[in-house]
Design a protein around this ligand. Structure first.
Ligand SMILES: Nc1ncnc2c1ncn2[C@@H]1O[C@H](COP(=O)(O)OP(=O)(O)OP(=O)(O)O)[C@@H](O)[C@H]1O
Length: 891
């Protein structure tokens, strides 16, 4: 077979290596991009560069073993065989692929030992339950770049652990969004574009394959063979060469990594981009769908709040739905119906939630049935889940809920599956087949006999003894066994003359004679091999059971999907009922109308959440949102986007009522992005994202803009924000929520018909500001920046001074100096205002100077471009200086 990766490690002179090292080198040359774990006795060893890499990645000790011909020692690092799985899990999590080479043959003759690749484990082809994340799919995605400039990418992806197989043609503009939606664990790409992909898709594992794997003709043949069809017309795949090419690479790689066992692969589904609401990668992060912006693993996200599913299949289905809101209202409504039925019928919901705790991961068990690697305990748990599901099915039918009829019907898999599993498997079989005790007694006559032989030697001997005593009349006759001589019948020398002729002498001792009979010899042969033979037979019977289930993979997968869908519906209904969520109405007309909407995550975290309305429609396509920082602008905007997302994902929503029209895309431009690792400044990222929105948004898109333009100077920022807002209203005509701290933008409402002003309210008592988190019509009536700064702990005298500046600026404005207005030049420090301020600064008494320096330092801070670490350091410095001003400093 051909190599699956290309960047090879050179082994200068392979013939000069020892036989074992030569075997290693051969594997390594074939799988250069992987870490080769080479079994030697009780360890899996890594050599050469792999040893150094393993040492770095998982901290195993680096040693040496033997030398190369030129005397250079060979680096080696080993993993104890007993802890292999744990180490593999860690490596795969880091995006590494691992090839396991097992020993075959006699231990002790390591040099000439035959070795064989037993497993190839890569991030996208995992099927081992212990290596897979429980609540997330591991998806393998193959990419074929467009053949011509404006052509489309071929995307083909497969989830090995449930057989879900999909393809689509993706235009360049949607590339990153589609990768984010599919969220692959591993990407296969032709080697010439691998490097570029790694830099375009930071954090993703890209496995390069030689270009010839991406062959459309072979791909077409491979798909026809896989689905046993003469033509691919049913899938509309004719001439879609990019998809066919990617499919070929994906199927080649899958076959290679599964070491020739083909997993269950469902008929390919060719998706159209228009089936789902498009959400770009930045927006997925900003909305914290399943990952927090800071990427904390245990952070609270939309998914974690909603995931009350009893099974991990349900959790994975929920995650898929949240990441892929639909555009087909009928499909989304069907999901609403399912949830509605469970919201109405609490008893039924409780039954479901209770039953799901007893249902195993049938999706993954089924994938392992197809691969022949399913364990006895897993099959037993599948068997035990079937009656639980049948009972649920009956209850669902009896409830008469029309929304649940279809799923109820799918909960009844072919009765022969349950029958065979019940007959074949013990109630509680051993975890592994090699432990024996898997097949139930009475299932197979021969196995029963072997087991009787294996277990009942003692009884057989007693029975035989009784029979032989009666037959021969020798009352002292004994039937016994020892390790050296096996079974024998023993009589005293005195009785030796009375033994029948079919007794053959086996051994003569001082006082006794020992005999064997044909029956006993036969028994001996059977008994001595019974253990091995019963194990072998048990394995083959087990394989038969698995073999009988393999053709039923598709049916079992449908059964698993129905369970997962019910689990999601019951869990979402439970959440909806406990938090008073409502069924959204999906309307045909573009627009959003939400009454008393809440943020689904924040409402679980604050004591009292203040609900807010939102109305966007023709004639009111943009809301300019002003108000104090910390007032709740971002929360409000996100709550609207999440309600729209939830509605189209088929969930109930946190609101008193919601009417949501069609939405093709959700775009958000919120806060500082973390793409600094790619060497782009915050402002550059901000503008790149804004540019993408202006290019891609349509009148059906929901756009969230949070404080666009703050990453640059005031003039630039204000001008850009104004121009972008105008383009969103007049050109893309999207439904837009536009939060800004440029108060000047509130005047857009005067010139543009589609723009309305809303503000978050706050009241300011004498000493502090109180956020009401209420959205009200109209622009904010004042800026609360200084009040917020005080809240943040800026020293009182600095705040006082800022107030003085503000008053002076405001007075200067009203006294005829240039107004701070939209697109008005000379806003900051026009000559006359500066002249008014500066003399006073100069006249400050000497003791006030340190505080001015402090204020100056603060004023000069480029807050938007400070890293959290620098910000903390700066805070220390400022607090230290402030402490000195007040004489509280130690040094
Ligand atoms: N409707 C609400 N009800 C209750 N608490 C809220 C509400 N909205 C926001 N909050 C609380 O206020 C905090 C600040 O809100 P948010 O981040 O939305 O403010 P902001 O106006 O966007 O501020 P900034 O401009 O500084 O980003 C939230 O973390 C949340 O705890």
């Amino acid at each position: 077979m051909d190599p699956i990766a290309t960047d090879s490690t050179a082994f200068a002179d392979i013939d000069s290596l020892t036989p074992a090292m030569r075997q290693f080198a051969e594997v390594k040359l074939r799988y250069p991009g992987t870490l080769v774990l080479f079994r030697m006795g009780d360890f899996y060893e890594t050599f050469f560069d792999d040893a150094g890499k393993a040492n770095r990645l998982i901290g195993i000790t680096l040693t040496k073993r033997g030398k190369l011909a030129d005397g250079t020692p060979i680096p080696m690092a080993g993993i104890p065989a007993v802890s292999l799985d744990g180490y593999i899990a860690r490596l795969v999590k880091m995006g590494e692929s691992v090839v396991i080479v097992e020993q075959q043959g006699e231990p002790g003759k390591a040099a000439t030992m035959v070795r064989k690749i037993s497993r190839i484990i890569t991030p996208g082809t995992l099927t081992e339950t212990s290596l897979l994340p429980e609540k997330e799919d591991a998806v393998l995605l193959a990419l074929e770049p467009p053949a011509k400039k404006d052509g489309a990418w071929g995307f083909v992806w497969l989830t090995l652990s449930n057989g879900d197989f999909r393809a689509s043609e993706v235009p360049a503009a949607s590339f990153a969004g589609e990768v984010a939606r599919i969220n692959p664990s591993e990407i296969l790409a032709p080697e010439k574009i691998a490097r570029q992909l790694r830099s375009d898709l930071p954090g993703r594992t890209v496995t390069p394959l030689p270009a010839w794997h991406f062959d459309a003709e072979h791909g077409e043949a491979a798909l026809k063979k896989l689905f046993s069809v003469e033509t691919l017309d049913a899938w509309d795949l004719k001439d879609r060469t990019a998809i066919l090419a990617a499919a070929n690479a994906l199927l080649d790689y899958t076959a290679e990594t599964q070491v020739d066992m083909m997993p269950f692969i469902a008929p390919i589904v060719v998706e159209r981009e228009s089936e789902f609401v498009v959400i770009d990668p930045a927006s997925r992060r900003n909305l914290e769908i399943s990952e927090s912006i800071r990427r904390d693993t245990d952070a609270v996200t939309l998914f974690s709040v909603l995931d009350g599913c009893g099974t991990s299949m349900g959790s994975r289905e929920l995650r898929r739905r949240l990441h892929q809101p639909l555009r087909d209202a009928a499909l989304a409504r069907r999901r609403h119906d399912e949830i509605g039925a469970f919201v109405e019928n609490e008893a039924l919901r409780r039954d479901m939630l209770d039953a799901f705790r007893r249902v195993p991961d049938i999706e993954r068990i089924t994938s392992r049935i197809a691969l022949g690697s399913v364990r006895p305990r897993e099959l037993a748990s599948l068997r035990d889940a079937i009656p639980v599901a049948m009972e649920l099915s009956e209850k669902l039918k009896a409830s008469g809920e029309p929304g649940l009829g279809q799923l109820a019907a799918e909960l009844q898999p072919d009765p022969s599956i349950f029958e065979r599993l019940s007959k074949a498997l013990l109630d509680e079989p051993a975890v592994n087949l090699r432990d024996g005790d898997v097949i139930r007694g009475g299932y197979d006559e021969e196995l029963d006999q072997l087991r009787t032989l294996r277990d009942n030697t003692g009884q057989f001997l007693i029975d035989l003894e009784t029979r032989e005593r009666a037959a021969t009349g020798i009352q002292t006759l004994r039937v016994e066994y020892n390790k050296v001589h096996g079974f024998y019948i023993e009589v005293t020398k005195a009785q030796a003359g009375n033994v029948p002729v079919h007794y053959h002498r086996r051994q003569t001792l001082k006082n006794t004679e020992r005999y064997i009979t044909p029956e006993l010899k036969d028994y001996e042969d059977k008994a001595l091999s019974a253990k091995e033979r019963s194990s072998a037979l048990e394995r083959s019977l087990y394989d038969d059971v698995v073999g009988m289930l393999q053709p039923k993979s598709a049916e079992l997968m449908a059964f698993a999907h129905a369970l997962a869908a019910l689990d999601v519906a019951a869990a979402l209904a439970e959440h909806a009922a406990s938090r008073s969520w409502v069924r959204p109405e999906l309307t045909a007309k573009t627009g959003i109308r939400i009454e008393a909407g809440r943020h689904p995550v924040i409402e679980t975290m604050v004591e009292t959440y203040v609900p807010n309305d939102c109305e966007l429609k023709d004639g009111r396509r943009m809301l300019v949102i002003t108000g104090p920082n910390m007032g709740g602008k971002s929360t409000y905007m996100r709550s609207v986007a999440l309600i729209v997302l939830l509605a189209w994902a088929g969930s109930f929503v946190p609101a008193a009522s919601a009417q949501i029209g069609p939405v093709d895309r959700i775009h958000t431009r919120i806060g500082a992005s973390d793409d600094l690792s790619r060497g782009q400044s915050t402002f550059m990222v901000e503008m790149t994202e804004a540019a993408a929105i202006l290019h891609q948004a349509t009148p059906q898109s929901l756009v969230l803009m949070d404080e666009i333009g703050r990453g640059t100077s005031t003039y630039d920022g204000l001008s850009l924000a104004g121009a972008i807002a105008q383009a969103l209203v007049e050109e893309t005509r999207s439904l837009t929520l536009f939060a800004t701290h440029y108060f000047e933008l509130t005047s857009l409402a005067e010139s543009l018909r589609e723009v309305a002003n809303v503000h978050v309210s706050a009241t300011q008592s004498k000493s502090r500001i109180v956020f009401l988190h209420e959205i009200a019509e109209g622009p904010a009536n004042r800026s609360y920046g200084i009040a917020v700064a005080k809240l943040a702990g800026i020293p009182a005298h600095v705040v006082r001074r800022a107030r003085t500046f503000l008053t002076k600026l405001e007075n200067a404005g009203s006294a005829g100096a240039p107004q701070p207005g939209l697109f008005t030049d000379g806003f900051w420090a026009p000559e006359d205002v500066a002249a008014d301020i500066l003399p006073e600064v100069e006249e400050l008494p000497p003791e006030a100077e340190p505080s001015m320096r402090l204020a100056e330092k603060l004023a000069n801070l480029d807050v938007d471009n400070l890293s959290p670490r620098d910000a903390l350091a700066m805070l220390f410095e400022l607090s230290h200086e402030a402490g000195r001003i007040f004489g509280r400093d130690q040094d």
